[in-house]
Design a protein around this ligand. Structure first.
Ligand SMILES: Nc1ncnc2c1ncn2[C@@H]1O[C@H](COP(=O)(O)OP(=O)(O)O)[C@@H](O)[C@H]1O
Ligand SMILES: [Mg+2]
Length: 270
């Protein structure tokens, strides 16, 4: 799914200033894009504009070259899945199975097909053994994986993760990050991952950094992560390895370039 923002201006009616003005970018079909920015930089606003929960004040949003409008949104919306920050707000069913089924029921998927889809995606997120359990009993990471299974079961072309790990402990965060990586590797989906944590952006094909309503960096993680000053000025916390690299860069020592290169590679393997 190709997503295009053309000169988009958006302002919450209660606010004095727009979140952004004349924002333009294109996300190509089948790519994994990380939208990175500090709290309040406008990331969720972008996600809500893409899924049509908010409407631009000016400019256009095009999905596969079709403008998002009141007339087109319903059809386009069916092709998108979004997973929010707090897994607790995404549960409605008595069992994990009900929860994964929820979206499918709304899409009027036949029963036989539904059963298969639920099994398939529960297995994929490693939650098959929990299908008959109550979602309330699950850990945060498990809940988020069920939410992902629910979104995957709809087989949408686009999946947006909006800070889906921010309520999780380190173990849960790692689980979800691994899940996102495997989605990227095993499906031909478009993925947008929204985060304020650099480590969650490094597996993306492309990283866009937002600050004060503007895209201040845009490129591969390898390129973007090297822009220490802009990242810091954008209110982002550098990841440990990166900080070490930056400190080493200033020093002179034997085998500097090969050590630096090895560290750099290590960061991308985290
Ligand atoms: N419903 C709302 N009403 C008014 N202002 C909002 C609303 N939601 C977000 N904002 C403001 O818009 C800006 C961008 O918010 P948001 O897109 O949620 O940022 P992020 O997801 O990057 O943390 C912030 O200044 C925030 O306070
Ligand atoms: Mg947000």
């Amino acid at each position: 799914m190709k997503i295009e923002f053309k000169d988009v201006t958006f302002q919450y009616y209660s606010e004095e200033k727009p979140v952004f003005e004349h924002l333009s970018f294109t996300i190509e079909q089948g790519t994994t894009t990380a939208i990175l920015g500090h709290n309040g930089s406008g990331k969720s606003t972008i996600a809500k504009l893409i899924v049509g929960l908010l409407v631009p004040n000016a400019g256009q949003i095009l999905i596969d070259d079709v403008e998002l409008t009141e007339q087109t949104i319903d059809e386009i919306r069916k092709r998108m899945g979004i997973i929010f920050q707090n897994p607790d707000n995404q549960f409605v069913g008595v069992t994990v199975r009900d929860d994964i089924a929820f979206g499918l029921e709304n899409h009027q998927v036949p029963r036989e097909e539904m059963i298969q889809q639920i099994e398939k995606y529960a297995t994929l997120v490693d939650m098959k053994d929990y299908l008959d359990k109550s979602p309330e009993k699950l850990s945060g990471g498990q809940k988020q994986r069920v939410a992902i299974a629910g979104a995957l079961a709809m087989e949408t072309e686009l999946i947006i993760f909006d800070e889906s790990t921010s309520m999780l402990d380190p173990k849960g965060t790692k689980e979800i990050n691994q899940m996102m990586r495997s989605l990227k590797e095993n499906f031909q989906k478009s993925i947008i991952t929204i985060t304020h944590q650099l480590e969650e952006a490094i597996f993306a094909d492309r990283v866009m950094v937002l600050n004060e309503g503007k895209i201040v960096l845009d490129g591969t993680p390898q390129v973007v992560l090297k822009e220490k000053d802009i990242l810091e000025a954008s209110g982002l916390k550098l990841i440990d390895g990166l900080d070490v690299l930056n400190r080493l860069e200033k020093d002179d020592f034997d085998h500097k370039s090969s050590i630096m290169e090895a560290l750099w590679e290590l960061i991308f393997k985290m």
